[in-house]
Ligand binder design. Structure first.
Ligand code: OOG
Ligand code: NI
Length: 445
């Protein structure tokens, strides 16, 4: 998919080159970080894609997509309601969930389902629904191999290869639209996102997102490379101890598309949908930490709202940093206030400790027997996602919708419930604590 996308969207290749360069510079300047990454991640994969995104049109597409991702060990985590932010979709992220799977490859796909129910124009809703009902976004072989994988609990190597190349077809760009120019304009006038979902044969991947070790540097250097960054970096400010997720993108490009008119002739037009993004991740926050994050972000946006043209970006960054002062910026501080999730492990001293020391985690840490490391946030942030959507749909695209989260409906359409991210991180933390305590309890007296 990465190769296909670089080929289809050359600016994305440029972004990848910039990210690779900045990451190499960061690692050269910081041997400690380099060593830590060498121990915990695979350095050679540091600049590779961490996520991408698609937008689906119908419940049937969503539930089939779930089955396709399941073949690759990717499961739906989290529910994101974007209606509050003026985008008529709700979403989840398909991703690996186990520690081993995440280490091997943490690639996720942010997957949105169009909500025609939020479109006021009834006639348009019916027409869009009819167009979507006719398309088939999966190849017959992809469906057949998915069924085979479900039946036998996996695929052999030859089938797996075929599966990947067939599944890739679903994400491909189509430069011939599914609709007439007139219909495209009707859809587009209702909302640009509706045109993007309904007008094409399939849910083209609309961006890929490599990991950067210095998002501020990449954001600053994008213009030097001839790519236009969105106005601001979404998410928390720059910090010593990174929290959650920071992300930014270059603005979607206008691409040539042809439309078949009612009289059968082909007409040239264009469509704007595809872009490139970068991300930098920090610690997963507890519900308490997340509430504090949301409060501080809201507070900063009361002082200054980021302007779409970037004219107040410097002031916005400053207001954001100031608003986040109350959020502790040390791992011990974050832990003391129960704001983030940590993985606990025995120190070298802990590994040779005698049994019978305290059963209290704080004592064990104070004695130098147990250490804690931040658990990385693997999910997404609805306010940030809305900012990414918005800057790539065109800045006139924001629309008022009544906030109407409908997780139950989403899960019904998906065909399963989504994993609750907080429960998941808490489970990882609790398991690591139990492992430390068990090991110490069984140490030789
Ligand atoms: C998805 C936007 C959300 C992110 O990184 O938050 C997203 C889209 O534009 O379809 O990818
Ligand atoms: Ni994204």
């Amino acid at each position: 998919m990465s190769a296909m996308y670089r080929n289809e969207v050359p600016a994305y290749g440029t972004l990848m080159a910039l990210v690779t360069k900045v990451n190499a510079g960061t690692l050269a300047a910081d041997p400690t970080q380099r060593k830590r990454l060498e121990e915990t991640d695979q350095l050679e994969r540091i600049s590779q894609e961490r996520h991408g995104a698609i937008r689906l049109g119908t419940p049937q597409e969503l539930s089939m997509m779930r089955r396709v991702f399941a073949v690759m060990g990717m499961f739906p985590v989290g529910y994101y309601d974007l209606s509050t932010a003026g985008v008529p979709v709700h979403s989840t992220a398909f991703r690996p969930v186990g520690d081993a799977a995440l280490k091997r490859n943490p690639f996720r796909v942010f997957t949105s389902l169009l909500r025609l129910d939020l479109i006021a124009d009834e006639a348009l809703r019916a027409d869009a629904g009819a167009i979507l009902d006719k398309r088939r976004i999966f190849t017959a072989v992809a469906v057949e191999l998915t069924e085979k994988a479900e039946k036998q609990g996996g695929l052999d190597e030859a089938d797996a290869e075929r599966f990947v190349s067939e599944a890739l077809e679903t994400f491909r760009w189509h430069d011939r639209a599914n609709v007439s120019p007139a219909m495209y304009h009707r859809l587009h006038d209702a909302h640009r996102l509706i045109a993007d979902v309904v007008s094409f044969k399939g849910p083209h991947i609309n961006h890929l997102t490599p990991r950067t070790l210095d998002i501020d540097a990449v954001q600053a250097q994008m213009p030097d490379y001839g790519i236009a960054p969105k106005a601001i970096v979404e998410g928390p400010p720059t910090r010593d101890c990174p929290i959650l997720l920071r992300q930014t993108s270059f603005k979607a490009l206008e691409e040539p598309v042809s439309f078949e008119a009612e009289d059968g002739s082909w007409q040239e037009g264009s469509h704007t949908a595809r872009f490139g993004e970068i991300e930098q991740r920090g610690i997963a926050l507890t519900p308490k930490g997340r509430a504090l994050y949301d409060d501080l972000l809201n507070a900063s946006r009361k002082i200054i709202r980021p302007a779409a043209d970037g004219s107040n970006a410097v002031d916005y960054d400053k207001a954001l940093s100031e608003a986040f002062r109350p959020f502790p910026d040390s791992w011990a501080g974050i832990r003391a206030e129960d704001l983030g999730y940590f993985a606990y492990s025995l120190t070298a001293k802990g590994k040779t400790a005698k049994a019978g020391s305290s059963e209290h985690l704080d004592d064990l840490i104070a004695e130098g027997l147990v250490q804690f490391d931040p658990i990385v946030y693997e999910d997404f942030l609805p306010v940030s996602a809305a900012g990414i959507f918005q800057s790539n749909l065109g800045d006139d695209a924001a629309q008022e919708f009544t906030a109407s989260p409908n997780q139950q409906r989403f899960e019904q359409d998906l065909g399963t419930t989504v994993l609750n991210e907080f429960d998941h991180y808490q489970g990882i933390e609790e398991a690591s604590i139990a492992e430390c305590l068990t090991a110490l309890a069984h140490a030789e007296a």
